[in-house]
Ligand binder design. Structure first.
Ligand SMILES: Cc1cc2nc3c(=O)[nH]c(=O)nc-3n(C[C@H](O)[C@H](O)[C@H](O)COP(=O)(O)OP(=O)(O)OC[C@H]3O[C@@H](n4cnc5c(N)ncnc54)[C@H](O)[C@@H]3O)c2cc1C
Length: 510
C-alpha cells in the first residue's frame, strides 16, 4: 500500500480511533458527508501513470471521471460516440442536428448566437460541485430566472369559475391572495377573534406586519391594491382559490431548482462540458461508438466503431469506467455479473422532451413585460413553457415552447410538424402572437435521440444504488443514473467522484 495516499474513509477511521464517534461526526460534518452521497470532492493523492483506464461516454460524468483521473496521472481515454461532448448537457444552436430513431432528421437553422438548452438548463445554488467546476474551469454564469411575478398563469376548466380561460398575472394574483387573506386575519385579530395569547406589543407588531405585507388600509384594514400590482381591479379571493392559486403561490418559491438564486452558464449549458474538453483535449476520442466491453481477470477489452470511417478498433485497459446512459448500457454487449446486469435492467428513465422556438421578436418582453421565468399552467399541455433568461432587449430569442413528458398528448407519435402545431395551438391561448412571430423550431424527444434513448434516469432505490455503485470485476459504473440525483448535473459529478475514489483506492492498494 502506498503510504502517501489517504482516502476520506481512512482519515475518518483514524479520527474515530483518536476521538470516538463525536470526532468522526465532526469530520463528516466538515466534509458534509452526512447525506447519502458526498457533495465534496474526494481528496486523493498518489500518481498512477502505469494504470490504463477507458472511460465510456463523454457526458458530464465521463468528463469528470477523465478530468479527475488525469489529475492523478492515470493513462486514460474517454470514448464518446457523438462528434461533440456533453450528452444530456446539450445546447442546440445553428448546425446542431440529429435523426430521431425511426424518424425525421433536423438541422437547427437558428440565427448565430441563438440557442436553447435541450437537456440540463438550470443550476441551483445548492449544487456546489457544478458551481465549483464552473469556477475552476472558467465558465461564466448568469442568473436564471426561475420565478417571476410578471408572468402569467392560465387555466381552463369550467369548474374553476370566472378565471377559466383568462391569463392572469402572477403578481396580481399574489397581491390579491396576500391582500385578501391578511385582511381577513387583521380584521379577526382586531376584533379579538384569534385564539392565541399575544402580548399587547406583539399584537401591535402583528397588525403592523399584516398592514404592510398585505397593503391594507391602516384604519379599517381593508385591502387596497397597490399601484405596483399593475391594475386597479382585484380578483375575488374565492375565484383565486378555485383556480388553484392557493396551491401554487407560496411565501417562498418551492418549485424545481430550489430557492433563488439559480444560475446558467452564459452561452448555454454546454459551456460546461466544452470547458472540460478544453482541458482534457486529446484524451477524448469523438465518434467512437462503443460496441462491446469484455473483462477477464487481468484486463478489460473495449471494442468501438469510428462512426466517421466505419472502422472497428479494440483497446485494452486495466479498468473500464462506464458512464453511458443506462438505456444504452442495456443494449450493449458487456460481460457484467448477473447481479449487476439485473440491476442495470431495473433502472428506469424519464421520457422528457423539449422544443425550442426561435422568435422574430421578443414579444414577451416588448408586449408583456416578461423577462425570464415560466408560464404557469396545468391545463395547457406544454409542461414547462419558459422565457429566456439571457440577452434581454435584443432582437430575437428562443422560447422553450415545451418541456414535459414526451408521451403527453400523444406527442411522441406525432411528426415534428404535428408536435409544433400542438405547441403553437396551446401557447397561442396565452400569447396570440406566437404563430406569426415563429421563425424556426427544434424538437428534442430524448427517448428518440440516438446515444441517449431517454432523458435523465429515475432515482434508483437504495439497494439498487448500492449494487450499481459496486465495482463489477474491472468495470465501474459512473453515470448519473447510478446515484441519488440522476436528474441533475450535480448527480453526474457525485457519481463520478464516487467512482474515481473507489477505483483509486483499489489501485493504490495494489
Ligand atoms: C430534459 C432534461 C432537463 C434537465 N435539466 C437539468 C437541470 O436543469 N439541471 C441539472 O443540473 N441537470 C439537468 N438535467 C440532468 C443532467 O443533464 C444529467 O443528469 C447529466 O447530464 C447526466 O450526465 P451523464 O454523463 O451521466 O449522462 P449523459 O449526459 O447521458 O452522457 C452519456 C454519454 O455517453 C455517450 N454514449 C452513448 N452511447 C455511447 C456509445 N455506444 N459509445 C460511446 N459513447 C456513448 C453519449 O453520447 C453521452 O455523451 C436534465 C436532463 C434532461 C434530459
Amino acid at each position: 500500500m502506498n503510504t502517501d495516499y489517504v482516502t476520506r474513509r481512512q482519515v475518518l477511521k483514524r479520527f474515530g480511533a483518536l476521538g470516538g464517534s463525536s470526532l468522526v461526526i465532526g469530520a463528516m460534518d466538515a466534509w458534509d458527508l452526512m447525506g447519502p452521497e458526498s457533495p465534496s470532492r474526494p481528496i486523493l493523492s498518489g500518481m498512477q501513470p502505469a494504470t490504463r483506464v477507458i472511460v465510456l461516454g463523454g457526458g458530464l460524468s465521463g468528463l469528470t471521471v477523465g478530468y479527475e483521473l488525469g489529475k492523478l496521472g492515470y493513462n486514460y481515454q474517454v470514448l464518446e460516440a457523438r462528434n461533440w461532448v456533453g450528452g444530456l448537457c446539450w445546447s442546440v444552436r445553428r448546425g446542431s442536428q440529429h435523426t430521431e430513431i425511426g424518424g425525421e432528421t433536423q438541422v437547427c437553422d437558428f440565427d448565430e448566437g441563438q440557442y436553447f438548452n435541450a437537456g440540463a438548463w438550470r443550476i441551483p445554488n445548492r449544487d456546489q460541485a457544478v458551481l465549483g467546476y464552473c469556477k475552476e474551469l472558467g465558465v461564466p454564469l448568469e442568473l436564471f430566472v426561475n420565478w417571476s411575478d410578471a408572468n402569467y398563469s392560465y387555466e381552463e376548466n369550467t369548474e374553476i369559475g370566472p378565471l377559466s380561460g383568462q391569463r392572469v398575472r402572477l403578481r396580481e394574483a399574489k397581491a390579491d391572495l396576500w391582500g385578501s387573506t391578511t385582511e381577513l386575519l387583521a380584521k379577526a385579530a382586531d376584533q379579538g377573534q384569534i385564539d392565541v395569547s399575544l402580548t399587547a406589543e406583539d399584537q401591535e407588531l402583528l397588525m403592523e406586519f399584516l398592514v404592510r405585507a398585505g397593503y391594507l388600509d391602516n384604519e379599517d384594514y381593508a385591502y387596497r391594491p397597490p399601484t405596483s400590482r399593475g391594475s386597479e381591479e382585484r380578483y375575488d379571493l374565492s375565484a383565486l382559490l378555485k383556480s388553484g392559486f392557493g396551491s401554487r403561490v407560496r411565501s417562498l418559491y418551492a418549485g424545481t431548482g430550489g430557492p433563488d438564486p439559480v444560475f446558467q452558464p452564459i452561452g448555454g449549458m454546454m459551456q460546461i462540458p466544452l470547458a472540460f474538453q478544453r482541458v482534457i483535449g486529446e484524451r477524448i476520442k469523438l465518434r467512437a461508438e462503443v460496441q462491446s466491453v469484455h473483462q477477464t481477470e487481468d484486463a478489460v477489452e473495449v471494442t468501438y466503431r469510428d462512426t466517421g470511417s466505419g472502422e472497428e478498433y479494440r483497446e485494452t485497459a486495466d479498468y473500464c469506467v462506464c458512464c453511458l446512459p443506462m438505456s444504452i448500457l442495456k443494449e450493449i454487449d458487456v460481460n457484467l455479473s448477473s447481479d449487476m446486469a439485473a440491476a442495470v435492467d431495473q433502472t428506469r428513465h424519464s421520457s422528457s422532451a423539449k422544443m425550442g422556438l426561435q422568435m422574430k421578436r421578443r414579444f414577451w418582453e416588448e408586449d408583456d413585460g416578461i423577462f425570464g421565468g415560466h408560464l404557469w399552467s396545468r391545463s395547457l399541455q406544454l409542461g414547462e413553457f419558459s422565457y429566456p433568461s439571457n440577452d434581454y432587449f435584443s432582437e430575437k430569442g428562443v422560447l422553450l415552447g415545451y418541456y414535459g413528458g414526451g408521451n403527453q398528448a400523444g406527442l411522441s407519435e406525432k411528426s415534428l410538424q404535428g408536435r409544433l402545431d400542438h405547441v403553437l395551438t396551446q401557447a397561442s391561448k396565452v400569447h396570440p402572437q406566437i404563430r406569426d412571430e415563429l421563425e424556426s423550431a427544434y424538437s428534442v424527444w430524448w427517448e428518440k435521440v440516438p446515444y441517449s434513448l431517454g432523458a435523465y434516469g429515475s432515482t434508483p432505490r437504495l439497494a439498487l444504488r448500492e449494487q450499481l455503485s459496486k465495482p463489477d470485476g474491472r468495470i465501474y459504473l459512473g453515470s448519473a443514473g447510478t446515484g441519488t440525483r440522476p436528474a441533475w448535473l450535480e448527480g453526474a459529478i457525485q457519481a463520478a467522484w464516487r467512482t474515481v475514489e473507489t477505483l483509486h483506492e483499489r489501485v493504490m492498494r495494489g
